[in-house]
Design a protein around this ligand. Structure first.
Ligand code: SOE
Length: 378
């Protein structure tokens, strides 16, 4: 019988739902030594927290995260709050001996992230950051292909994350649902929110990044702030593009914006190697495009692989070949791997320490955009 593993989640926004869905469903599909139990959800507004608890099946509600951390019946804390609260909660959770699953990005900046790493390492508690796109089956399959050497030497890595939801100048900043526009809560704009995903996948697939050259823009300079009611300066980057050099000698090109009219969550990546190339697109997430130069000449071309067979990553746990799974399953896979890591003693990534690398790259990107100079990842 799997052992119960009690989750206390702090925050209940969009990500709270994605994570709760993963905890609620993982044991139906994966055979694990631990079974997550939705023990408590914590948020300041008691009525909203209770409504969330009722909808998702949490057993109890807290309105003060410190009380949640003090509870003996909580094994792991899931931090789903705005970014400016990650550090304080994570350090306190580590000191309370709780395992931590922290929403991305790890922190507001690398200095904060370093403190969080030290806290979890000192306490010896399990930790992971929710960079979920690694665990979309087609992306995990790309990793297997790259690691097998099929691409040969890698020349180029290209990634985009394009959205269009902040184009209206009437959209306020700050508060529930819109804290991503408020630099005091988010730390940065698309760099920490979207490029961080692209960077995490990139360094997982293609190794470390040594230096970057970036530009950012804030198209709407002032917005009404929901917390103060006043029109205030916008401090986040609305768009960011950067070039980089990977340690393996390949060149990287990354772009993210919330001003690409028509694109809702278009995360794409492409890797060009000496022998083969790979392309992936979040809007068609169960497909992986693969081109192999070694194919017979006249038949050579891009293959569109439907990543739904039982021998594709994670897919043996779902339906039958040919039937696709969606965005939400990347979170289910992350919980499965995290719990497996607890049982085996081989922690699933990205751990806080691994996610700190992404944070350092984001810091270098923002520093380069400010100075206009190529910047080493520190
Ligand atoms: C922003 O709109 C957002 O929800 C990010 O915060 C998520 O991390 C990303 O996966 C989808 O877009």
């Amino acid at each position: 019988m799997p052992r119960p593993y009690n989750i206390g989640m702090i925050g209940y926004g969009f990500m709270g739902r994605a994570h709760s869905n993963a905890y609620a469903n993982v044991s139906h599909y994966f055979d694990l030594e631990y079974r997550p139990v939705l023990k408590a959800v914590c948020a300041r507004d008691a009525a909203k927290a209770q409504a969330f608890a009722d909808q998702w099946g949490y057993e109890s509600v807290e309105t003060d995260w410190k009380k949640l951390l003090a509870r003996k019946d909580i094994d792991a804390v899931d931090i789903c709050t705005p970014n400016n609260l990650h550090k304080e909660i994570a350090i306190a959770a580590a000191q309370a001996g709780k395992a931590i699953l922290c929403e991305k990005p790890l922190a507001m900046n690398a200095a904060e992230g370093e403190e969080m790493c030290r806290a979890v390492e000192k306490a010896g508690v399990a930790n992971i950051v929710w960079y979920n796109y690694r665990r979309v089956p087609a992306v995990s399959f790309a990793k297997q292909i790259i690691d097998s050497g099929k691409l040969g030497k890698i020349f180029h890595y290209r990634a985009n994350f394009l959205q269009d939801w902040t184009i209206s100048a009437d959209l306020p900043q700050g508060g529930q649902g819109l804290w991503r526009l408020d630099v005091a809560a988010a730390g940065s704009g698309v760099t920490g929110d979207l490029l961080a995903h692209c960077i995490d996948t990139a360094i997982w697939l293609n190794g470390g990044i040594g230096s970057v050259s970036a530009m950012t823009e804030t198209f709407i300079k002032e917005r009404k702030h929901n917390l103060t009611g006043k029109v205030e300066k916008v401090g986040i980057d609305d768009a960011c593009a950067f070039l980089c050099r990977f340690a393996n000698g390949s060149l990287g090109l990354f772009e993210s914006t919330r001003y690409a009219r028509g694109h809702k969550a278009l995360y794409t990546l492409e890797i060009n190697g000496e022998k083969a190339s790979i392309k992936w697109d979040l809007h068609d997430l169960h497909r992986l495009q693969y081109f192999d130069h070694r194919d017979e000449g006249p038949l050579r071309g891009w293959r569109s692989i439907h990543v739904t067979d039982g021998d594709h990553p994670y897919m043996g746990k779902w339906w039958v070949p040919g039937l696709a799974v969606g965005y939400e399953t990347s979170f289910v896979h992350q919980v499965a791997d995290f719990l497996d890591g607890l049982a085996s003693g081989k922690p699933a990534g990205p751990t806080f320490r691994e996610a700190l690398e992404t944070q350092k790259i984001c810091d270098a990107v923002l520093a380069s955009a400010k100075s206009g100079a190529w910047t080493s990842v520190g």
